[in-house]
Design a protein around this ligand. Structure first.
Ligand SMILES: Cc1ncc(COP(=O)(O)O)c(C=O)c1O
Length: 420
């Protein structure tokens, strides 16, 4: 498309987009996973629309001009600190930015003690945002195989941490399998060697406290664990805010200072910021604050209970279908399922043995959108999934019984479109 000479009426633009969007992934119906957290709460959604539009144009670049945003952001960080036991931190635009900031902080901390070629040690299940941060920030990533249960292996970490290690990373939980790494053991190893330890709780951070309060077994994972020095937790995931809201938190105020950028050698005046962005949109800050204060502990507990109902229903449904099984022992509300290696050889679908790609295609044909991973299909549950347990189970049973060979769907988690 070239740049338009004449503008178009608003009504025409809106109706074009409305009709095009009918083909986009529908998350309200409960058949989408992971990209949108479906809270299924019309009051919360109405509040979010209202607050987003009322802060649409505000800019948090200079917090002293928009003091309402300043207060909201400070309160979001305070709420996060109280939830996880942190001393301080910032809001950022998402998990990737929070991770970048934690890696940059650790890299500069290592440089200050004379490390010239800093490394980051993590398990192979750590989110790709760490690889990306390492690439951008010139840190060498050391990725270690996990134990057979999909969790990081403390023995391997013990051997891999050395004098160049700037940061050790653990996940709570990791995205592919929903399992929490042994945070206590690995943070202790890091502390013994005077190395920083980051917990990536981007995914689980705003659900785990409630999961624990519901009585579910949750291994220690936050700042209660000695040796944990920083933590990322996304409000736009299980914090149920709309996109653009994460928190990066620190045990120690001095460490956090390394994240701050100050520049006073510019004719335009002092430039200071605590995160990567310059101009910062108001809606994610206002939306995170409104969501957290609207829901409160009671609301988050209520939603966690719905997620747990969905988790119990989906896992029981899968367990009741011959030929498929969950590939790990998830600690939270997400998991991978694949072909059961112990399935009877004749459990096939009539055209050969069971084929997970073919099952994924059959589920796609029934309107479900399960992400394909290397070892199976990924399920991430939101509160609204409690309404589709029976439909999912019936469609999966049908798909396992009647599917063709894999049509070759992509294993895509995040994509780039080549515009050349
Ligand atoms: C464990 C984990 N870490 C980090 C991220 C990155 O978050 P974002 O996509 O908001 O940048 C994700 C996203 O799903 C995640 O699951």
């Amino acid at each position: 498309m070239t740049f338009p000479t004449h503008g178009r009426p608003a009504g025409e633009i809106l109706s074009e987009v409305a009709s095009e969007r009918s083909d986009d992934l529908d998350w309200r119906g409960g058949k989408a996973f992971s990209l949108v957290y479906n809270v299924d709460d019309p009051d919360l959604e109405a509040l979010q629309h209202e607050i987003a539009s009322s802060f649409l144009h505000e800019n948090a670049l200079n917090p002293f001009r928009y003091r309402t945003l300043l207060r909201m952001e400070a309160e979001v960080v305070d709420m996060a600190c109280s939830l996880f036991g942190a001393a301080t931190g910032s809001m950022s635009s998402g998990g990737t930015e929070s991770i970048f900031l934690a890696v940059q902080t650790a890299r500069d901390h290592a440089r200050a003690r004379g490390v010239t070629a800093p490394t980051l040690v993590c398990a192979a299940t750590a989110h790709p945002a760490f690889a990306k941060a390492c690439k951008y920030l010139d840190v060498r990533q050391v990725r270690l195989p996990t134990r057979s249960d999909g969790r990081a292996d403390p023995d391997r970490f013990a051997s891999a941490i050395d004098a160049d290690t700037a940061l050790v990373v653990v996940s709570a939980p990791c995205y592919p399998f929903g399992v929490i790494d042994p945070v206590t053991e690995i943070a202790a190893l890091a502390a013994e060697r005077d190395v920083l330890c980051h917990v990536d709780a981007c995914l689980g951070g705003y659900l785990l406290p409630w999961w624990e309060r519901l009585g579910e077994p949750v291994p220690p994972w936050d700042f209660r664990v000695p040796g944990v020095t920083s933590l990322s937790a996304d409000i736009h995931k299980y914090g149920y805010a709309y996109k653009g809201a994460s928190t990066v938190l620190y045990r120690d105020r001095d460490l956090y200072q390394r994240q701050i950028f100050m520049y006073d050698d510019w004719p335009g005046g002092l430039y200071a910021s605590s995160t990567a962005a310059g101009t910062r949109p108001g809606p994610p800050i206002a939306g995170a604050w409104a969501t957290m204060t609207h829901l409160g502990e009671e609301g988050y507990l209520r939603l966690a209970e719905r997620v747990r109902t969905a988790m119990r229903g989906f896992t029981a449904g899968i367990a009741g279908i011959d030929g498929v099984r969950i590939t790990s022992d998830p600690d939270l509300s997400l998991f991978e399922f694949g072909i059961d290696p112990d399935a009877e050889p004749d459990t096939g679908h009539g055209n050969g043995p069971l084929d997970i790609g073919g099952i994924a295609d059959a589920m796609d044909d029934r309107g479900w959108n399960l992400d394909r991973q290397d070892g199976g299909l990924h399920v991430m549950l939101s509160p609204g999934h409690d309404k589709v347990i029976d439909a999912f189970t019936a469609d999966l049973a049908d798909s396992v019984a009647h599917h063709q060979s894999d049509r070759g769907g992509d294993h895509v988690y995040g994509g780039v479109v080549d515009r050349a």
